[in-house]
Design a protein around this ligand. Structure first.
Ligand SMILES: [Zn+2]
Length: 258
């Protein structure tokens, strides 16, 4: 009975409180821990459309950086790590809804051999049960194709390393050489960077100072209550995954931002 009443209460609360007005940037990674059906992402977007305006990521960033916040809830998307399913499953669904996303990619992952990818999987992607089986990266040709179709390509570092505590040379590999690799392989000049792991306690002002020499926009995946961290230098994104229950995503979108 108690569970039943709780369910009724939560259902009522969910109906009463819709997404909060302003700009929401949702950052995801995968369609599922194993495999992945684009239908789960389509279902999520279908459930958001009655309550939110889905917008292109450039509009979201432009409005946030100019303080031009709408009275209605607007949602834009980014995806980190550059998995193949971003091309095969996620981008096509975004395009069905008339929007794009920013895809933050890892040149080391794309160019890495089997041993390299296995190491990255074990040391980064498998942690915390995020991925149970390895997933392949997008090829450079597919990165190029996404860009041609109107998506934004950004850097997520070269090797997905934490950036604090690196030598200046190693930091330059993550920040400068990753952007240079994207330019060399695709011709795309990017000035957007999403910090690997996304946590604000893994970012420091000296790292931001170096990053700002190369990139115009920096993104975390932390402190979603605030649009910015480190003054107005880092734009905060809200973590989600396309396979999460719709109610979870709606719950996070109800939070006030400022
Ligand atoms: Zn990542």
């Amino acid at each position: 009975m108690r569970l039943f009443l709780r369910h009724i209460f939560l259902s009522a609360a969910g109906k009463l409180a819709g997404p909060s007005p302003g700009i929401h940037i949702l950052n995801g990674h995968i369609l599922a821990r194993e495999g992945g059906d684009p239908a789960v992402f389509r279902r999520l977007l279908n459930s958001l459309v009655p309550e939110c305006r889905l917008i292109r990521i450039e509009e979201a960033v432009d409005r946030i950086t100019k303080g031009n916040f709408p009275d209605e809830p607007c949602v834009a998307f980014t995806f980190d790590d550059g998995f193949e399913e971003h091309y095969t499953g996620i981008a096509p669904v975004l395009e069905e809804f008339g929007i794009n996303a920013a895809f933050f990619i890892l040149p080391g992952f794309i160019g890495g051999d089997e041993t390299y990818r296995d190491h990255l999987h074990r040391s980064v992607f498998r942690k915390d049960g995020f991925l149970t089986i390895p997933k392949a990266p997008m090829s450079w040709a597919r990165v190029n194709e996404l860009h041609r179709r109107g998506h934004v390509i950004g850097s997520h570092g070269m090797h997905h390393r934490p950036l604090t505590g690196l030598s200046p040379e190693a930091l330059a590999v993550e920040l400068d050489e990753s952007a240079e690799a994207i330019r060399r392989e695709t011709g795309i000049i990017t000035d957007w960077f999403a910090f690997p792991f996304g946590r604000l306690d893994g970012i420091s002002q000296p790292v931001i100072d170096v990053a700002k020499r190369r990139y115009h926009c920096l993104f975390s995946q932390d402190d979603y209550r605030h649009y910015f961290s480190f003054g107005n230098q880092v734009i905060n994104r809200r973590h989600f995954e396309p396979f999460w229950p719709v109610s979870h995503v709606r719950f996070f979108l109800r939070g006030e931002r400022g």
